[in-house]
Design a protein around this ligand. Structure first.
Ligand code: ADP
Length: 168
């Protein structure tokens, strides 16, 4: 039986919340394709190569995953890769409406494609890439939010964007 699924996202950068969802999916399915969005509506802080390199480091040792850059329609890509489902993490009710809309749209475009939602681990409910960026750019500690193997690299890259003004 084909048990390939796709975990799509911008991963700008990958957080412990993403890693938790991907690792849990890797235990449930034969293969997980981590599809990193190349064309995002917002300009990403990290290049596609950087985002993929961070994911590779963060997910080292997880055998049944493939990390790829991806552009175009997810529904088409899933068909191309013969994936049976999209796996998404759900944080709070605030994620629900958008994710529900995406899931139904993908199903319309590719009726074979289902979406599986995994509830976020309670310790990562509040965690997002944009939160990590904000904290690092203000010189805060991101080691609680980003995998240990990459947190220094991520921090060094982000803190250079820190605002230089001083409060009088
Ligand atoms: P973000 O919303 O942080 O910019 P992405 O677009 O990269 O993240 O999200 C990819 C997927 O990972 C989405 O399904 C999103 O719901 C999920 N996700 C993001 N952060 C978390 C988290 N802290 N816990 C569980 N799932 C998450």
């Amino acid at each position: 039986m084909n048990n390939t699924v796709i975990c799509p996202g911008s991963f700008d950068p990958v957080t412990l919340g993403h890693v938790d969802i991907i690792k849990r999916a890797s235990k449930m399915f034969d293969k997980v394709i981590v599809a990193v969005l190349v064309n995002m509506s917002k300009t990403p802080s990290f290049s596609i190569d950087e985002r993929i390199a961070f994911l590779e480091k963060a997910l080292e040792g997880v055998d049944n995953i493939e990390i790829v850059g991806f552009s175009g329609l997810l529904a088409d890509y899933a068909k191309e890769r013969n994936a049976k489902a999209v796996v998404k993490g759900l944080r709070a009710m605030s994620d629900f409406e958008y994710e529900f809309q995406m899931a139904l749209t993908n199903k319309k475009l590719n009726p074979e494609l289902d979406t599986v939602f995994l509830t976020s681990d309670s310790q990562y409910m509040y965690l997002s890439s944009s939160m990590v960026k904000q904290i690092a750019s203000l010189g805060g500690d991101i080691s609680y939010f980003v995998p240990q193997s990459i947190h220094e690299q991520v921090y060094e890259r982000l803190k250079t964007g820190a605002r230089k003004e001083t409060v009088k």
